[in-house]
Design a protein. Structure first.
Length: 81
């Protein structure tokens, strides 16, 4: 997978990418929170369930996306957008 250089994107592409990454990241965070809450509920109701591992395992994706958002915001600031 090739890394897209933010410096090469146009202003519109950069803003579009920021909006997309933010929406995907915040949706994923919301879904992981719901999944974690449901798995905790199932753990208390029926005992340990391996489902609790999924939100923890997917957390690095959220952290990587948050890093991407910071890079995009830094590029926006550099361009004065």
């Amino acid at each position: 997978m090739t890394e897209i250089k933010l410096e090469e994107l146009s202003n519109e592409e950069l803003l579009k990418r920021e909006k997309m990454v933010k929406s995907v990241t915040y949706t994923l965070v919301g879904m992981l929170f719901v999944l974690f809450a449901l798995s905790m509920f199932l753990t208390f109701k029926k005992g340990f369930t391996p489902l609790i591992v999924i939100p923890i395992a997917l957390m690095p994706i959220v952290l990587a996306n948050l890093g991407s958002i910071k890079k995009i915001q830094a590029e926006r600031k550099l361009r004065g957008l």
